[in-house]
Design a binder for this molecule. Structure first.
Ligand SMILES: Cc1cc2nc3c(=O)[nH]c(=O)nc-3n(C[C@H](O)[C@H](O)[C@H](O)COP(=O)(O)O)c2cc1C
Length: 400
């Protein structure tokens, strides 16, 4: 006699399991789900269980496919002419490249490459401590996701709000925090950054373009209502013509206007995109909480010096009473340590986090930060830096 078929076990057999790379929900379905029942991420964020990335290499392979023709997720992202992002765009969008000939983009990478670390091998064995506080927020590492925007426009690989959510969630899961950017298709009424802030209960920092004061105040009010941790403006976004072309003009800001915004909000205020010591001093005097030394990843003016060149000059000018961040060309924990030694309290990662989020959502972002943490710890250990808060110029090589 044949055995009775156990229909229950046949019916409940998992045929396909899908994974939402934004919120980690596991979904059983034959076909790719169109929408995540939990976070509403669309099918672009669904990964089949057989394709789950376990390494950052796999995440980057996934990003490479999705960003075809825009970014090849090269092992070394340096803005050189052999990279598909870096060519004169003749009025076309610059994708992930730099402005003009890419001199500023490359200067960021080159300035870091020129800094060398003193290798120290004697002394007690230790476990490096990367924990720190940024604007009163406890972080596991002084590395934040930088403010970026516009990923939706790259091959339609990702929805913009899901991009923002991936960055914020992935950063939080890695023990840090994400900034979010602003661009021409964001408005005060329909704003992917703020929608993602809401979904992440305000655990993030929106950086707005230097829009009119009135618009900025409306955006800042929204950020406050969402309990965001800080707000800021990328002052170096003042030259954007695409914003104006879409009816959202941006402006150079006077110190009086910055002061007005600092006084308007109860949140800490970040002045992003400072490259001159005198302007850093003026921003500090106007009461901002953070001076963010940045040339926008070389995307707003060609032929600036690299950020690692300017950072020590700004730290020297301002002393130790203000928080300073740096971003531009930071690709490894070794780069992070160099920036900290040159005067940064924390650093931001731009392009690498875009690739991680496009590749595999918040999972990709977390894997990227895990990789950075690993190499940062290695760099600290091999330079004798026990505690991230104590890192200083002594670990940088100087020829006498
Ligand atoms: C595609 C792209 C979009 C960006 N959008 C913004 C933005 O909206 N706001 C902002 O403050 N910075 C923006 N940035 C600059 C980054 O915040 C950061 O300063 C820069 O990417 C750091 O350099 P890195 O990419 O070499 O790490 C953008 C950068 C890229 C590559």
């Amino acid at each position: 006699m044949s055995q009775p078929v156990n229909h229950q076990s046949v019916n409940t057999q998992v045929i396909n399991r899908w994974y939402c790379s934004v919120c980690h929900e596991k979904i059983d379905a034959d076909n790719k789900p169109e929408i995540c029942p939990v976070c509403k991420a669309d099918e672009r964020m669904m990964i089949h269980r057989d394709d789950m990335p376990e390494s950052l290499d796999q995440v980057r392979d996934m990003a490479r496919k999705k960003l075809k023709g825009i970014c090849a997720a090269y092992p070394f992202c340096d803005g050189n002419f052999d990279k598909i992002c870096q060519k004169e765009a003749y009025g076309k969008p610059i994708g992930l490249g730099g402005a003009g000939q890419g001199y500023s983009f490359r200067a960021n990478v080159q300035a870091l490459a020129q800094v060398q670390l003193n290798m120290s091998v004697l002394g007690d064995h230790f476990e490096p401590n990367t924990k720190c506080s940024f604007l009163g927020i406890d972080l596991d590492l002084p590395v934040l996701a930088s403010s970026t925007a516009g990923a939706q426009k790259y091959n339609d690989a990702i929805d913009e709000t899901q991009f923002c959510m991936s960055v914020l969630k992935g950063a939080k899961e890695a023990g840090t925090i994400g900034l979010r950017g602003d661009t021409w298709f964001y408005t005060p009424e329909d704003n992917p950054s703020l929608k993602a802030m809401k979904a992440c209960e305000g655990y993030g920092i929106p950086i707005f373009k230097p829009r009119s004061q009135d618009v900025l105040k409306r955006l800042i009010e929204q950020a406050e209502e969402l309990n965001c941790k800080a707000v800021g403006i990328d002052l170096d976004g003042c030259g954007s013509t695409i914003m104006a072309a879409h009816g959202q003009p941006v402006f150079k800001k006077s110190i009086k206007e910055i002061e007005e915004l600092v006084n308007f909000t109860k949140l800490p205020f970040i002045a992003k995109g400072i490259m001159l010591p005198d302007e850093a001093q003026k921003c500090m005097d106007s009461g901002v909480s953070v001076i963010s030394v940045s040339n926008h990843g070389g995307r707003v003016l060609d032929s600036t010096p690299g950020v690692a060149t300017i950072l020590p000059l700004i730290r020297k000018k301002l002393g130790n009473s203000v928080t300073i961040t740096a971003d531009g060309g930071i690709r490894t924990g070794y780069d992070v340590l160099k920036m900290l030694a040159l005067g940064a309290d924390a650093v931001f990662l731009g392009r690498d986090i875009i690739r991680a989020a496009v590749g595999a959502g918040s999972l990709g972002v977390k894997l990227h930060f895990d990789h950075i943490r690993k190499t940062l710890k290695k760099a600290m250990f091999m330079t004798g830096a026990r505690d991230i808060k104590m890192v200083n110029l002594n670990i940088i090589f100087k020829s006498e």
